[in-house]
Design a protein around this ligand. Structure first.
Ligand code: GCU
Length: 415
């Protein structure tokens, strides 16, 4: 017994160490004063925001952080590779292969789509990338096992044994029961998550003759993943059962950074959700709390563009902060979620970026974040910007989904 307790304590310590890099600040007292770049830049109306300030901010994030991405590939095609009934008749399942070019070697991604069975009319859908393959989001035996390269998998391949391994992160029952569909894609289909100089994934498809890697201001992996979400939306627009004007893009952690960037770049997304996206996502960079730009650039140099490397230990030089990324969603609803033990992602910094994005929403006569102070644990606030911090660690739970569904009901059901 004693040994078990000791072991458990050791494991807990190891997990805490992983979640909290010792080479980072976790002391609120040390956050000190910082000045955020001006959000509105003189814009006094929704028109001025849309026509002048928003495009300026988009340009800054494109150039200095996420990189320029291409548009819709002209030879893209969609092929339904499987269709059937799922969950004892509660859902209709469709698996769609999206080929980004012609020919057998074209890069492809596979969309798993569940729609509530027997729904009348077009349904709203949550769209999100997943970390472990479509077969890991559910026990459904008909979901195809991904063959794509996978980070943290033995031999970098997944297999049948991982079926359902991530199902606690996808409350499919709740989503369907509330009348929503779910579309998900394994993020590594679009670009494998490792620093290989962009030889794999979708990048090479767009190289100009003689080009071997993206330029300093061209897309990294997050740019590519976000682009993939837009291509998934292109498919959803062709599905007569889906209401493509009511698609909520959702992501966790690095994929939460991605859902924010997708929502910023593609205004077709009607609602945007960031789950524990942290640094480079919802968290303010200038607070220097938890993960910093130097950590991001060291561990994951491929996520952002070359220009972003300039801001290593140099956050004050950034021409923006992350509240401006949140503001790019305005006037569309955006939800930011944190977890109290996820200090690496800086829960308070995630709340504050939502709060500081509010002036952009006010230009549209919208409420923005309905709280001037960070709410208590599991006391969600929902205006046009929503926020909660739940108990527990870096993860996606049914608690999180319950709030997303409530928020989607508020904003998408009425549409
Ligand atoms: C690391 C990384 C974070 C990221 C997270 C994840 O912790 O430092 O920026 O959000 O991985 O994607 O799980």
């Amino acid at each position: 017994m004693r040994l078990t307790a000791k072991l458990t304590a050791g494991l807990l310590l190891a997990t805490a160490a992983l979640a909290q890099n010792p080479d980072a600040n976790y002391d609120e007292e040390k956050v000190g004063a910082y000045q955020l770049p001006d959000l509105l830049g003189g814009a006094k109306s929704a028109k001025e925001w849309k026509e002048k300030r928003r495009p300026e901010i988009v340009r800054l994030f494109v150039e200095e952080m996420f990189g320029v991405a291409p548009g819709k590939p002209k030879n893209m095609s969609f092929e339904v590779v499987e269709r059937g009934e799922a969950f004892g008749g509660k859902a209709e399942r469709t698996q769609v292969q999206v080929a980004f070019d012609k020919g057998p070697n074209a890069p492809k991604m596979e969309i798993l789509l569940y729609l509530p069975a027997g729904a009348i009319g077009k349904v709203p859908v949550f769209l999100g990338l997943n970390f472990q393959g479509n077969h890991a989001v559910t026990d459904d035996a008909a979901v195809r096992v991904t063959q794509s390269w996978m980070r943290n998998a033995p031999g970098n391949k997944s297999d049948e044994s991982k079926r359902g391994a991530a199902k606690s992160r996808w409350d499919i029952d709740a989503i369907l029961a509330r009348g929503y569909g779910l579309a998900t894609i394994y993020y590594g289909d679009i670009d494998p998550d490792f620093d290989d100089g962009f030889q794999n994934g979708v990048h090479p498809l767009f190289y100009k003759p003689g080009q071997t890697k993206p330029g300093e201001n061209e897309w990294g992996s997050i740019g590519a993943w976000a682009w993939g979400l837009s291509r998934a939306l292109d498919y959803l627009e062709t599905n007569p059962r889906v209401d493509a004007e009511r698609v909520a893009v959702m992501g966790h952690s690095r994929l939460g950074k991605t859902s924010l960037w997708a929502g910023a770049m593609d205004e077709r997304f009607a609602l945007v959700i960031s789950n524990d996206s942290g640094a480079g996502g919802a968290a303010l960079s200038r607070r220097i709390y938890g993960e910093e730009v130097r950590h991001l650039n060291k561990s994951f140099p491929h996520w952002f563009d070359g220009n972003f490397k300039k801001y290593r230990s140099n956050e004050t030089a950034l021409p923006f902060d992350q509240h401006m990324l949140i503001a790019l969603m305005a006037p569309r609803p955006v939800y930011i979620a944190s977890a109290v033990e996820d200090k690496w992602a800086d829960p308070k910094g995630e709340f504050l970026s939502g709060m500081h994005a509010t002036p952009a929403y006010k230009l549209f006569g919208k409420e923005g974040m309905p709280a001037a102070e960070m709410p208590g644990i599991e006391q969600p606030v929902m205006g046009t910007i929503g926020y909660h911090v739940r108990r527990g660690k870096h993860d996606v739970t049914s608690y999180d989904w319950e709030q997303y569904l409530k928020f989607a009901d508020m904003h998408l059901k009425a549409k």
